[in-house]
Design a protein around this ligand. Structure first.
Ligand SMILES: *Cc1c(COP(=O)(O)O)cnc(C)c1O
Length: 463
């Protein structure tokens, strides 16, 4: 492609994207396609000869867009909504233009240093202490995987057994245990599976009436395991659980971790971003005592997928778990620089810091605060409308921008409501199970969502 062609098509694609973003009303939020519909429309074999971008754009409009569930749509109110904000789109574009691989400091000095720097900005924004060193992962699942791998490595400090060298199997290997609440994200269980701990190596601790981890039950489970020769090594606390956004009592959990010398990882994938607001700083109380922490800017800080900020107060444990340098990757800079490959499972590394850097600079921290405050206001407004309607009940406290509710009439009625609301294409909300009952969930998190969108969502739901 020549430079002139690149410009011509580049402008066309920017125009296309701008048009897409400014006309969400043209699209059903939840795609109406059936499985296989997209592939049916695509040629089974790749084109032998070059094709014009004219045709690519046509297919984008006719085949791809109808097959999307529109996450960047202001009426997307399911799961945890996200925003691919314009400055982040530019960041993604230039990440591809540079196409650097940040595996070593030397292979992309600015990528390594901007990653350190932007994560240090974010650390200050949410109020974590300076001792937390940041690294970008693709998703919270990978951040938690890295946290628990570091925690597993730390077992060697007291047992004298090097996990990196000996693994966790073989004679005299104790059964290992991780603790998290029943409401913790499934990524904790997946990490246990992948790290050789096994699903039974995760103890799911009961929660109280507010869906928060019961700390007495946690301590009792640890005591019981110790009596039976099981080796506890890590606790995962959640700030903003996936179903109800409940917040575990991190301070008291940290006390238990201190007492039994356990690694404390905090999963704040969604709600951690709320701590940039001074009046919500308290939601991270106790997190300064964690060994590791994750928050996802791709959830509530307007950053396009994917971007998970992983912080660790014991980077030496991560390094022990993951560094392995073949000769051809040894460099003269030695320990004077960070080589990110020493701290992660992956070798190659995308230049992800660019997009968050551009977002923070474009909005300013105050602009980001305004957006999050507005989302919380809209969620509370929606909860008030539900409470005024005798057919509905709100199931959990609205701490952030997520509302859990259901029809008092029962699960079948709630399911029918969900099907009709989502089938309308006008709004997309999701569901969960709470206390054994089907629960609808509406969450606000897209920067383009306004009061008008929430009022029309309420209208569709009420009808
Ligand atoms: C969304 C979420 C996750 C998983 O996030 P990914 O980045 O998709 O892996 C984990 N934990 C919590 C609390 C979440 O809300």
């Amino acid at each position: 492609m020549t430079s002139d062609e690149f410009k011509e098509w580049g402008y066309r694609f920017v125009d296309w994207a701008a048009d897409y973003l400014s006309h969400p009303e043209r699209y059903a939020v939840l795609s109406k396609v059936k499985p296989g519909d997209i592939r049916k429309q695509l040629p089974p074999t790749p084109p032998e000869e070059p094709e014009s971008f004219e045709l690519v754009l046509r297919d984008l409009d006719q085949i791809i867009v109808p097959g999307l569930t529109h996450w960047n749509h202001p009426a997307f109110l399911a799961y945890f909504p996200t925003t691919g904000a314009e400055p982040g789109i530019f960041g993604e574009m230039l990440t591809a233009a540079f196409n650097v691989n940040g595996m070593l400091w030397r292979t992309a000095p600015a990528a390594t240093e901007l990653e350190d720097h932007v994560l240090d900005w974010l650390r200050q924004m949410i109020g974590l202490p300076e001792s937390f060193k940041g690294m970008i992962c693709d998703t919270a699942s990978m951040s938690t995987f890295h946290a628990l791998a570091a925690a597993r490595e730390r077992i060697g400090e007291t047992s004298g057994r090097s996990v990196r060298d000996e693994g966790i199997c073989g004679p005299n290997s104790p059964t290992l245990r991780i603790y998290a609440s029943e409401e913790a994200h499934s990524s904790v269980e997946k990490s246990a599976m992948a790290l050789g701990i096994g699903r039974r190596g995760l103890a799911k601790i009961a929660t109280d009436s507010g869906f928060r981890m019961d700390v007495r039950a946690l301590e009792a489970a640890i005591e019981k395991d110790r009596r039976q020769g099981v080796r506890p090594f890590a606790v995962v606390a959640t700030v903003g659980t996936t179903s109800t956004t409940s917040v575990d009592p991190v301070g008291p959990i940290a006390d238990v971790c201190d007492k039994y010398q356990l690694w404390l990882h905090v999963d704040a994938a969604y709600a951690g971003s709320a701590a940039i607001i001074p009046e919500l700083k308290y939601v991270l109380d106790g997190c300064e005592r964690a060994d590791s922490f994750v928050v996802n800017p791709h959830k509530w800080l307007l950053t396009p997928m994917d971007f998970s900020a992983f912080y660790c107060r014991r980077p030496e444990m991560l390094k022990r778990a993951f560094s392995l340098t073949p000769d051809y990757l040894k460099t003269a800079e030695g320990d004077s620089v960070t080589n990110t490959m020493d701290y992660s499972l992956q070798l190659g590394r995308r230049f992800r810091a660019l997009k968050l850097w551009m977002i923070i600079r474009h909005y300013g921290v105050e602009g980001l605060r305004t957006t999050i405050r507005e989302h919380i206001r809209l969620a509370k407004l929606f909860a008030v409308m539900l409470e005024k309607d005798a057919r509905f009940e709100v199931i959990a406290p609205v701490l952030f921008s997520t509302v859990c509710f259901r029809l008092k009439a029962g699960d079948a009625e709630t399911q029918a409501m969900l099907d009709r609301v989502n089938g309308s294409g006008e709004v997309f909300i999701s569901h969960t199970t709470l206390n054994g009952r089907l629960t609808a969930r509406l969450a606000v998190g897209n920067a383009r969502t306004t009061e008008e969108h929430i009022l029309s969502a309420w209208k569709v739901i009420a009808e």
